[in-house]
Design a protein around this ligand. Structure first.
Ligand code: NAP
Length: 315
């Protein structure tokens, strides 16, 4: 077994990289396990207009790249690996990762949240063949085509607006008639000539499984049960995210939707008792704000707590 590390950080999004900058500057030589989606959600977004310090906005991937460089400058190292399992009852903690066993005194969980899917078999069969949850990654392939976006929150509005750069028409489908999206985003979508909003509408099936490409959607109007077909070449999901905390089930307190419950912002607990040296930050523990800046803030808090824990335990 290799030496015991001071700090391992799970996840390389905004929260994890901020924790890496702080623990790096504290001389803890943090190891960042980059996870399934290196860079997290910012790495698949476009212009970030609300991160303080960038009056003209900054592209999400560039912001993440800057944070990574900043963390590396202070001694953080990065590994393209993810956590398979860990036993949180024995300190220091031994992590079983896709890159082997790693032992650490503190663990900062910044594993974020991943895109949610509708769960239809036809949708799953056509992922990568016209079904996508990432407009910035896949929008380019739909130049001049008609597509649909599902969702009623800011993500759906942002995707729909972004996709108008490529698609000839975007139909935004929402299951209710009230929107969660912020007023400004909703108004931009409503005002756009190439976006049509259809409310009270659910997707029943994605058509084109046999052809291995999206040919259309079977839709149902929930107010009257009417079923219609919408011919589109692409379907984008903008229906929110699920926390990546399943590996801690039974070892950490999670809420009903699987988010890590935290005490004093970032301390993790098991049956209400603090798990020593294990902190959670960013979207994996934040179902309320879910912003880049709040993720960064909680990453900083987790790092400061880890540093304090190590100091108190003589390291
Ligand atoms: P969200 O606000 O939770 O919205 C998810 C939307 O998807 C809701 O309208 C929901 O419908 C719908 N939905 C969920 N499950 C569904 C299903 N199985 N079938 C059909 N529809 C479903 O998530 P989000 O839009 O990803 O936003 C998350 C947070 O990030 C928010 O705080 C948001 O402000 C922020 N954000 C900000 C920006 C920006 O400012 N540029 C961009 C993206 C995200 P119901 O309404 O019926 O539940």
């Amino acid at each position: 077994m290799s030496e015991t590390r001071d700090t391992v950080i799970l996840g390389s999004g905004c929260a994890g990289l901020t924790a890496a900058i702080y623990t790096g500057r504290a001389g803890l030589n943090p190891l960042v396990l980059e996870g399934h989606e290196p860079g997290g959600q910012l790495s698949i977004t476009t212009l970030v207009e609300n991160f303080p310090g960038w009056p003209e906005g900054i592209q999400g991937p560039e912001l993440i790249d800057n944070m990574k460089k900043q963390a590396a400058k202070f001694g953080a190292t990065f590994q393209l690996a993810h956590l398979n399992s860990v036993d949180l009852s024995k300190h220091p903690y031994t992590l079983q990762t896709s890159a082997g066993e790693i032992c650490t005194r503190t663990l900062i969980v910044a594993s974020g949240a991943s895109a949610r899917w509708l769960g239809l078999p036809s949708e799953q069969a056509l992922i990568g063949h016209g079904v996508s949850s990432c407009a910035t990654c896949d929008g380019f392939f739909f130049r001049g085509r008609e597509i649909a976006v599902v969702g009623g929150g800011d993500s759906a509005m942002e995707e729909a607006l972004f996709l108008t750069r490529f698609a000839s028409k975007v139909t935004l489908l929402h299951r209710r008639d009230a929107f969660r999206a912020s007023k400004i985003m909703l108004e931009r979508a409503i005002a756009h000539p190439n976006i049509e909003l259809r409310t009270n509408t659910v997707v029943e099936e994605v058509l084109g499984v046999a052809e291995q490409e999206v040919r259309g959607l079977r839709l149902r109007d929930v107010t009257n049960g009417n079923v219609t077909t919408l011919p589109v070449s692409g379907l984008f999901l903008g229906i929110g995210h699920e926390p990546n905390a399943k590996m801690f089930h039974g070892q950490m307190d999670l809420d009903a939707d699987g988010y890590i419950r935290t005490k004093d912002n970032v301390l993790t607990t098991h049956n209400g008792v603090v798990v020593p040296g294990v902190y959670a930050c960013g979207d994996v523990q934040d179902r309320r704000y879910r912003q880049a800046i709040t993720a960064a803030g909680s990453g900083c808090m987790a790092a400061l707590e880890a540093e304090k824990f190590l100091e108190e335990h003589g390291h």
